[in-house]
Design a protein around this ligand. Sequence first.
Ligand SMILES: [Zn+2]
Length: 309
Amino acid sequence: MTGTPVSAAGRLVEINRCQICGSERASTRYEDPPYKVVRCDDCSMVWVSPRFDDEALREVYGEDYWQSDSPKTKGYSDYAKDADLYLKTFRRRHRLVRRYLPAGAARILDVGCAAGYFLRVMAEKGHDVRGVEVSDAIAARAVEHLGSDRVHIGTLDSVPDDKVGYGKGSFDLVTMWDVIEHVPDPKQLLLEAKEMLRPEGHLILETQNVDSRFATLLGLKWHHFKHQEHIFHFNPDTVRRVLDQAGFEVVKLTSSFGGKYVSFDFIAERAARLNRAASLALKPLTLLRGANVYLNFHDEMVVVARARA
Ligand SMILES: [Zn+2]
């Protein structure tokens, strides 16, 4: 399903220890050569081994990730073209996010802000927003809309200490939408996020739930098994555990608001991944091209956590 590009040969690393609990006892859940999806026998954390080494991981997010020829296995078919869908999705998520903001203008940091869609929605609501994005290919879009002073291109730990508006301990809210499953050290990223928050500030993250019914039903065909980029798969227990380790207390964990507005074309692409019959069944519906619909398979978790003082 997911071939390894020749250029990545020799750049795969075996991961034999659970990064959440340290256990070396893990069982193979799926084989998808050269990758295996393994599950920790002790804490149920799921990860991909071997995976790209850290340098190869960073190279995944070039132009061809955001405008991918094979979105089934990597990236998005056309992330920028779907701007309206992302803005609509984040306007819906704002209904959850606003419950955790102080009165008035809040200070919000979005880690992995991509084209800045979430931040654009929050700026519309009057909040003071900043973003961090490691992929310069897509960060350029965020800069276009928000300005270069509101977007740091790089990792969170590379934000210069003197960058205006990025002071440690100054944010009311840090968000990470579809980020934590991509990074080589989720706990470290959460620790860095906590440093950015004021005492008792909130973190909201979204990630896929590998133990959701939808994921279990689809097995290896689940669309979140993209081994080059999704190197971790959390469930409610493991996401709570890593948040606790990083100094957060979970106050809400829900699959509501985990859905997305998608285009008919996207549905057709997903159907093609499942099987040919499903794909053919959708053929007569091509009139729906251009239509969009809110889809929630309840296979994502939206987690709200409060920074412990
Ligand atoms: Zn473990």
